[in-house]
Design a protein around this ligand. Structure first.
Ligand code: TMP
Length: 218
């Protein structure tokens, strides 16, 4: 039987990982794979995903003259998230559609919490303001060393963003926090070895997704 959007509740899948972990490549492969299962899939990203949230993305990621204090960075991430959740994610899920999102609140916990040293409990209270009652059904964490990730990201020659200017130690803290989050919620997270080829990463992701597809209520 084909899966129709009317027959099923939408699922919310997030992709997380440091720079160069291959999230975007994986999202490009997974969206058509899920669509081939008969699902309506929105491939989106954070910060961003709607016109207003993309404007906030441009503000928070660009290198400007004026420093962006960590608290402002955190609040801008959540401002973009609140827009994205209300204007795209919740309506799509309510229609029974699936949302595949490149980063979500775990990124704030890892980057602003682990990376910048902001308080995790305060970050969690912002998540309760920005998206009460909404959490990913599945989070794919693409794990690799920051040395590998940054070499890949910088090798793209795209000039990068404000975060790519950070030192290796920053990304070590981000990676460690991501792994702590995964250990704390093993039922939601699947940790993938992102040091291997894109094909092998896709295989690991497909395996994690199959369980979710099987579990989706008719
Ligand atoms: P991207 O390069 O994966 O599109 O992500 C943009 C940058 O934004 C990346 O360096 C991680 C950072 N970021 C945060 O610091 N906190 C957040 O909550 C999100 C969503 C992204």
């Amino acid at each position: 039987m084909t899966r129709t959007s009317q027959a099923r509740r939408g699922r919310f899948i997030t992709l997380e990982g440091i720079e160069g972990s291959g999230k975007s490549t994986l999202a490009r492969a997974l969206a058509p794979w899920l669509r081939a299962e008969g699902l309506i899939v929105h491939a989106t990203r954070e910060p961003g995903g709607t016109p207003l949230a993309e404007s906030i993305r441009a503000l928070v990621l660009s290198r400007g003259e004026e420093p962006v204090p960590p608290a402002a960075e955190l609040l801008l991430m959540f401002a973009a998230r609140a827009v994205h959740v209300e204007n795209l994610i919740r309506p799509a899920l309510a229609r029974g559609e699936w949302v595949l999102c490149d980063r979500f609140t775990d990124a704030s916990l890892a980057y602003q919490g682990g990376g910048r040293g902001l308080d995790a409990a305060q970050i969690r209270s912002l998540s309760a303001v920005a998206h009460p009652g909404l959490a990913p059904d599945l989070t794919l964490l693409l794990d690799l060393t920051p040395a590998q990730g940054l070499a890949r990201a910088r090798g793209r020659g795209e000039g990068g963003d404000r975060f790519e200017d950070e030192a290796l130690a920053f990304f070590e803290r981000v990676r460690r926090r991501y792994l702590d989050l995964a250990r704390a919620e093993p039922g939601r997270f699947a940790v993938l070895d992102a040091s291997v080829s894109p094909d092998l990463v896709q295989q690991q992701a497909a395996e994690a997704l199959r369980a979710l597809l099987g579990a989706a209520p008719a």
